[in-house]
Design a protein around this ligand. Structure first.
Ligand SMILES: [Zn+2]
Length: 400
């Protein structure tokens, strides 16, 4: 009997059916939130607060901290600020994190969240096979313990019942089901199968070749040394402590380089330490206006924020359109220094002077306004014939 057959058989007799029923029930009870009256009576932010006040969402889905203020939109879970840092470090292809308070939500995003059913429903899926003796992280757990669990839960799907019991380890009388023992080989290869399938599906359907390549690379790497790579990413993530968040509004590009016949299809990749996020592609435009807000966690060694502009190509490799690097340390220091400030009038608290040595088009002024520490920057793109990129940065203290 093949592994898949055995797992399918197990599916028929396991608790998966129960969790499925519970999930259906949970989503049907939530559906009242998506009706027209609800849309009309309150905005997305209020609807989000309503969902947050539902019983299962009052505690972090990963460590149980009370009053979580962060959401993984792609996974449908409410998490605390510490766990949100780990989520963010896994990359947006796995989990896209938004803030309940700091992000501007749309009704569509809230609908998507509602349809996933909240923490209780999602944990029925992602923790269906969590062994009884497994110690989930607690609110005061170390960052290492936290990130180890979160990666096993959402990246490796070690406890999932998704699609479902297929990816659960086989029950074995001699070993704990989800332990890293010999039996685990069977589920790792199953997980791998699924990743590969997802990857193939994504590469086939997505026009976003960059992502497709990323997945393909990740999976080829995973196939050769799954266990070694897990250990490596865990230990790397465990070393990173996040001291805050940087909200980057990629405002616009001006006079960008031509990479197609007459124009380009530009997008921007931002990276900070191990994390990277990107904007949407704007077609046929050398003066694109993205006005797109992206968020990254700030590791405690405060690496520079790197920006790279690419031209999206459908049939060949995306073309480079310039890059820039920003030292965000002054902004972070200013934000730390102003954390307890009670000034409400807008005030200038620092400047990154434009000069011949740096790439600034004009001074990058750091301001404090209504408790928010921001910096507006216009940069000449480097290693390219032309192009200016304007961005706005906001540093958010970890306490929010
Ligand atoms: Zn947490």
């Amino acid at each position: 009997m093949s592994v898949e057959q055995m797992n399918t058989d197990r599916n028929n007799v396991s608790g998966f059916c129960l969790s499925d029923l519970l999930r259906m029930e949970a989503s049907s009870s939530c559906s009242t939130l998506t009706n027209d009256t609800d849309h009309a009576s309150c905005g997305p932010q209020q609807r989000l607060e309503n969902i947050l006040s539902e019983p299962g969402n009052g505690f972090c889905a990963d460590c149980g901290s009370p009053d979580p203020k962060w959401v993984s939109l792609s996974l449908g879970v409410f998490v605390c600020i510490k766990c949100s840092g780990v989520h963010r470090s896994m990359g947006v292809h796995i989990t896209k994190v938004l803030s309940v308070k700091l992000d501007e939500w749309t009704n569509d995003q809230v609908d998507a969240l509602v349809s996933m059913g909240g923490n209780t429903t999602r944990n029925l899926k992602y923790e269906a096979c969590l062994p009884d003796n497994y110690r989930k992280p607690k609110p005061d757990s170390s960052n290492e313990e936290r990130s180890d669990f979160i990666r096993r839960k959402y990246e490796l799907h070690q406890f999932s019942s998704s699609d479902e019991a297929l990816y659960c380890p086989l029950p074995s009388p001699s070993s704990s089901p989800c332990s890293q023992s010999q039996t685990s080989c069977s589920y790792i290869s199953s997980t791998d199968h699924r990743h590969r399938r997802n990857c193939e599906k994504q590469t086939a359907t997505s026009t976003n070749r960059f992502n497709g390549l990323g997945h393909a690379f990740r999976n080829s790497w995973r196939r050769t040394s799954e266990q070694k790579s897990t250990k490596k990413s865990n230990s790397m993530a465990g070393m990173v402590e996040f001291i805050g968040l940087i909200k980057v509004n990629v405002v616009r590009g001006t006079n960008l380089a031509v990479r197609d016949m007459m124009t380009s299809d530009p997008y921007v990749i931002l990276s900070l330490g191990n994390q990277s996020v990107k904007t949407r592609v704007i077609k046929n435009n050398l003066n694109p206006v993205w006005n797109e807000k992206l968020m990254l966690s700030i590791p405690d060694n405060v690496p520079p924020l790197k920006l790279i502009v690419y031209d999206k190509d459908t049939f060949s490799t995306d073309d480079f359109m310039g890059e820039a690097e920003i030292d965000i340390q002054p902004l972070v220091s200013a934000a730390k220094a102003s954390e307890t400030s009670t000034i409400h009038e807008p005030v200038q608290i620092g400047t990154w002077k434009a000069c011949r040595e740096n790439t600034l088009v004009r001074d990058g002024i750091i301001t404090l306004e209504g408790g928010k520490v921001k910096q507006v920057i216009a940069l000449k793109l480097q290693n390219v014939e032309r192009g200016i990129l304007e961005i706005e940065l906001e540093c958010v203290p970890l306490t929010q």
